[in-house]
Design a protein around this ligand. Structure first.
Ligand code: 5GP
Ligand code: ZN
Length: 136
């Protein structure tokens, strides 16, 4: 995909701080990290989101994420790590080439520790469950 920044990195047309690479997946440091060592895991083929990426490629991404996350965790001396994967603008996706964020975490690092969860209004859980299950 010519206009895609990550495709240009994969093709070597743009530089990156490469952490890992194999036939299917590349991993490099995020240029604008939440915390030091924030790393991206990206399939080498251009797919936009979780929804259009083939399952075998997702599997490869998760396997690489596990391998690289171990290294990020140990290498940065972090005490925690989030894997985050954003789909579409409303979920914070800025680069339309699927990727997984590996974010090393420490206590009081200023990133989130919990999100603003709220209980369902009466009857809403059951309705929502029905709608989701109907799509499976
Ligand atoms: P998204 O918001 O799409 O889930 O995340 C995109 C991520 O890509 C952001 O964290 C951003 O800092 C990172 N990013 C954007 N452009 C570049 C780039 O040219 N090189 C690298 N290494 N990371 C980038
Ligand atoms: Zn791309």
């Amino acid at each position: 995909m010519p206009d895609c920044i990550f495709c240009q990195i994969i093709e070597g047309k743009l530089p990156c701080a490469k952490v890992y690479e194999d036939d299917l997946v590349i991993s490099f440091l995020d240029i604008n990290p939440v915390n030091t060592g924030h790393t991206l895991v990206v399939p080498k083929s251009h797919y936009v989101s979780l929804f259009d990426t083939p399952p075998d490629l997702l599997q490869a991404c998760i396997e690489v994420s596990q391998k690289v996350a171990r290294a990020v965790f140990k290498g940065t001396g972090a005490s925690g790590l989030n894997i985050i994967q954003n789909n579409f603008r409303s979920a914070g996706q800025l680069i339309d080439h699927i990727h997984f964020h590996l974010v090393p975490r420490n206590m009081h690092d200023g990133f989130f520790t919990s999100w603003p969860g709220k209980p369902y209004p009466s009857g809403e859980l059951e309705k929502t469950l029905k709608k989701i299950k109907a799509e499976l």
